[in-house]
Design a protein around this ligand. Sequence first.
Ligand SMILES: NC(=O)c1ccc[n+]([C@@H]2O[C@H](COP(=O)([O-])OP(=O)(O)OC[C@H]3O[C@@H](n4cnc5c(N)ncnc54)[C@H](O)[C@@H]3O)[C@@H](O)[C@H]2O)c1
Length: 433
Amino acid sequence: MNIAMIGTGYVGLISGLCFAEFGFNVTCIDKDKNRLNALKNGKMPIFEPGLEDLFNKHFFTTKKIKLSNQMSPAISNAKVVFITVGTPTRRINEDADLSAVYDVAKEVAKNITNYCVIVTKSTVPVGTSRKIKNIMTRYIKGTNFDVASNPEFLREGSAINDFMRPDRIIIGTDTKKSEKILKSVYRPLYLTETPIISTNIETAELIKYASNSFLATKIAFINEVSNLCEKVGANIQDVSKAMGLDKRIGAKFLHAGPGFGGSCFPKDIKAFSVTAKKHKTKLSIVDAVNLSNKNRPIEIAKKIIKYFPKKSKINIALLGLSFKPNTDDIRDSTSIIIGNKLIEAGFKICAYDPKSMENAKLKCKNFSFANNVNDACANMDAVIIGTEWNEFRALDLSKLKRLVKKPVIFDLRNIYNPDDVKRIGWEYVSIGR
Ligand SMILES: NC(=O)c1ccc[n+]([C@@H]2O[C@H](COP(=O)([O-])OP(=O)(O)OC[C@H]3O[C@@H](n4cnc5c(N)ncnc54)[C@H](O)[C@@H]3O)[C@@H](O)[C@H]2O)c1
């Protein structure tokens, strides 16, 4: 079976490669020629563990992956066409911007010559796949097709493993034929007993938003509880651990920190809320989570600013810029939001991140950058740990203390034991402890 992925970003490239690993022939299409040319030369456009090896295997050796900036002939040869383009937040109303999805639908319609299933893997509000069907019907020249929804749940940083060993696969279809085809695409996972939920298209679209919003709610909730812990002398890590041991609650997504960032949760909760409003209902919990998380990095920045009675000439080392470890994605990164707030208050930031420096240099024009932890921290008035990269988990704090001007750490990810750090002579500020 031939598969086409339209959009060769985090989701399109990883999913395409994993489908190639399943044995399918996949064409990854993208309008960004630079991205495709870099890939053809073996340069990965994103950092993701295992990506380069999988790409080299299927592009250079098995040749199961092809790259193209043209829809033709990949679309006419494909049985399944996945749409994996971005759906960022629209500035005007916080809805998902679906222009790339609809552009792709038009182009696909113009290029179809045989029956195929057009599948939205991008995260799209409920009702989008129906609109795709309408658009395609307008442009298509007599060929039969189906639309389907197959939301993606992979996480950056563990994307390949998540795709190959998912918790579940969601297939939303409205014909038996398209359901059967999509199930055959996931047959290798079916054999490993991955739960496959077959449902209608609207339900599939909604499951993705409901899932992301629920996880975001857990994070916002524990962050607010950590504020209370700070006021009353309780320890958020013990609270999280004890809560997480309750199987009805679960331990995941209960770590207090600077708020959630990244390319998914912030935009998805906003779009989910807009969808509800369009349908004259309310998601007031999701709205509260959105507000709480928007304020979170601002409140953390205020706390750091307040720590320094004299605001000028404060130099801060900012360790970690990606929105989470093991990715170079800095979209909606809370480290960067906090860094910018500190700069607004007159501080100077010297940043270091193991993988996202290239992206950050393009976006954070007011930051200076260092090539490693020691250089970032030399002569600084404080160190902020913004992202919990493994590299920051076992720093030689005795050595680092000799490099900094003042030994102050703001550990926004609670990766150190307060007593250990204080014993070495650091002033240590963490979250909710
Ligand atoms: N990144 C994640 O971890 C993740 C996880 C699950 C779901 N999603 C969802 O998947 C979708 C894609 O996310 P992403 O992070 O992979 O985005 P991305 O920005 O990394 O990639 C999108 C790609 O689409 C390409 N593109 C845009 N318009 C195009 C067009 N008209 N024709 C061809 N290519 C086009 C872009 O050049 C880019 O390479 C989003 O809806 C996102 O919410 C993302």
